[in-house]
Design a protein around this ligand. Structure first.
Ligand SMILES: Cc1ncc(COP(=O)(O)O)c(C=O)c1O
Length: 479
């Protein structure tokens, strides 16, 4: 074999020989089964000591890439090549590989696509009722208006007008008292938890999430190599006594738990705050769809119940407006704000300026509040229809989890049924009803609870009855 090795300088020659031969074996430019030149032959060709080549061959042997055959010489192992290229594809040397943690993260699913007749997937707002006309006018006006300077890079923490509008809105609608300067605008909840984690956590830190729970934050926390524990829920919400000692951050959805739909009781909220105080931990409060509340007195957000530095309050416009806008925010304590601003800068510098200013105008001129009022009535009707169907026709097979807010309702499977929730989702799909994922899918680290989650953002109110007729058949048999 005419093996070409390109040596640069005199230092670490064995290392250079080792790396170059290894790369060629891996990209199959040297094929398994071929014979390498002997150490004497290669040393002479490269004008290096024989020991230098022997040291490189030893390392290749230790890596399992080459093997000696007595009396015959050194050969490339049959199992050595890791990169295979279809014929004609140029070989890539040292192809980059992701860190193993990415193998544990679920594949993204395309939430936009479904040809189902009845869309009951959770987490989707109504497109039918979105005020496209006025929103489009606002955005195009912003694009026309922008002074040249504001079309350039701007404040990472967000547009001043939007931060002020958000502060006023959450003050009125959620009783969260915050100044514009306490707010960082983000590209939705998912970026908020990313910035918070970058600022507060180090690899190996212990963090806790609700179990069952919303998977994306758990995935983010795992990707940052923190130790994630799922904490079970009881009928009051997160079981605070089950949070592991040493936990630095707890992520919760107290207004409308995802995916069960329950609210955390006032007593449990106080217990959680006391735990955070004792443990010197922080709470991330995800208030993602609490604007839609249909009964009972609004429960005070955790942010308003304890010292403001214990709770990072996170909001999103994905449910009240559209997920595609990628607009959300964090209300952070003053001690974290400078770092949060830097974290936003290193993540993506800023959220799109014209979208921020269009949203500020939408909030300030009252159209946002009007849109919320309208949507609350529509979603409330759907919530009632679904709750009534579950409590009557399905009571023998499903137990509805009490809920009074948001865009979805969950129900657990009664014990002893001869069917699991995955199969029910499949049967529903065959009947044109798309439920997305079963409740058991949302287990984080604990045992899974079988059940179904019914989203009513995307389905038209008048189609709910037929969707539930079809669902009823799923419990009778496979077809
Ligand atoms: C629990 C929970 N939090 C937050 C969000 C919103 O996330 P984002 O703002 O990243 O769209 C969702 C959306 O489904 C959710 O289910």
């Amino acid at each position: 074999m005419d093996l070409h090795v390109n040596l640069v300088g005199r230092g670490r020659l064995a290392e250079q020989i080792y790396r170059q031969i290894r790369a060629r074996i891996r990209d199959r430019r040297i094929l398994p089964g071929s014979r390498l030149p002997s150490t004497r032959e290669l040393a002479a060709r490269l004008s290096v000591a024989r020991n230098t080549v022997a040291a490189a061959y030893d390392r290749l042997t230790a890596d399992g890439l080459i093997e000696g055959r007595p009396g015959l010489g050194m050969f490339i192992c049959e199992t050595a090549a890791v990169d295979t290229h279809p014929a004609g594809t140029p070989a890539v040397v040292g192809r980059p590989r992701p860190q193993p943690v990415w193998d544990q993260i679920a594949e993204p699913t395309d939430m936009s696509a479904t040809d189902a007749l009845f869309d009951l997937r959770p987490g989707l707002p109504s497109l039918q009722h979105f005020p496209y006309h006025s929103w489009r006018a606002l955005v195009s006006r912003q694009l026309r208006l922008s002074a040249p300077r504001s079309d350039l890079y701007s404040e990472p923490a967000g547009s001043a007008v939007l931060r002020a509008a958000i502060a006023r809105h959450i003050g009125v609608s959620r009783g969260v008292s915050a100044e514009a300067s306490d707010i960082v605008v983000t590209n939705g909840f998912q970026q908020s938890i990313d910035l918070i984690s970058r600022v507060l956590l180090a690899p190996g830190d212990r963090v806790a999430v609700e179990d069952p729970g919303y998977p994306p934050p758990a995935m983010l926390l795992r990707s940052l190599r923190t130790r994630v524990t799922g904490v079970p829920l009881d009928d009051q919400g997160l079981v605070v006594s089950a949070i592991p000692a040493g936990t630095r951050l707890v992520y919760v959805t107290p207004a409308h738990q995802f995916p069960t739909g329950m609210s955390m009781s006032p007593g449990r909220r106080r217990e959680l705050l006391e735990w955070a105080e004792r443990s010197d931990a922080v709470i991330v409060e995800d208030d993602y769809d609490s604007e839609f509340r249909y009964a009972g007195r609004p429960l005070e957000p955790l942010r308003g119940m304890g010292p403001s530095w214990r709770v990072l309050y996170v909001g999103s416009f994905s449910k009240t407006m559209l997920p595609s806008l990628r607009l959300g925010f964090v209300v952070a304590p003053p001690s974290l704000l400078p770092a949060m601003r830097k974290a936003k800068l290193v993540a993506d510098w800023q959220t799109a300026g014209p979208m921020q200013d269009a949203l500020a105008e939408f909030i300030d001129d009252g159209r946002y509040a009007k849109h919320l009022r309208r949507m609350r009535r529509i979603y409330q009707d759907r919530h009632q229809l679904i709750a009534a169907a579950l409590d009557s026709d399905f009571a023998h097979v499903l137990e509805r989890v009490p809920s009074m807010a948001g865009l979805h309702v969950a129900a657990t499977l009664r014990p002893g049924l001869p069917i699991d929730d995955r199969e029910l989702v499949r049967r529903a799909r065959r009947r044109g009803v798309e439920l997305g994922l079963p409740l058991s899918h949302f287990a984080i680290t604990g045992p899974s609870r079988p059940g179904l989650v019914f989203g009513y953002g995307a389905i038209a109110t008048e189609r709910i009855a037929e969707a539930f007729d079809r669902l009823r058949e799923c419990f009778d048999g496979p077809e």
